[in-house]
Write a protein that binds this ligand. Sequence first.
Ligand code: HEC
Length: 121
Amino acid sequence: MTFSELAAIVLLLGLAGVGCSRSPAMEPDRNPQQGAILLSAHGCGSCHTIPGVSGASGTIGPPLAGYARRAYIAGKLPNQLDNLMRWIRDPQSIEPGTAMPNLPVNEAEARAMAVYLYTLR
Ligand code: HEC
């Protein structure tokens, strides 16, 4: 077998998803730091103080320190992953008129942010 044949096989295996298919940076569950970057990028920190998120020292919304130990989200929903993702994407449908605006956050981003918040104990 020539080197280029071998390279072609390795490439095909990669495309077929054999072995390690996703990079750690795309796997929020394994890399909560991704969530911290998103929380910063989406401006959540302009309203919330969030430990470990750069520039997140806002006081308009409640501080999110210790969020993993919180029983309820905004006093409304049991604090679990799917509910937290819903809240992050669409707080206005859960609590109409809340001062937290609906922000353009997709599902993967909301998941990454929630995963990060659950590292806060
Ligand atoms: C304009 C200010 C503002 C921005 C921006 C904002 N929030 Fe909020 N957030 C609030 C307010 C105010 C509340 C309290 C809502 C309530 O209880 O009705 C809140 C509540 C929350 C809660 C529930 C807190 C609790 O005590 O249970 C979470 C979680 C949260 N925000 C996450 C985020 C995330 C993540 C982002 C960024 C995508 C974000 N917020 C952006 C103002 C904001």
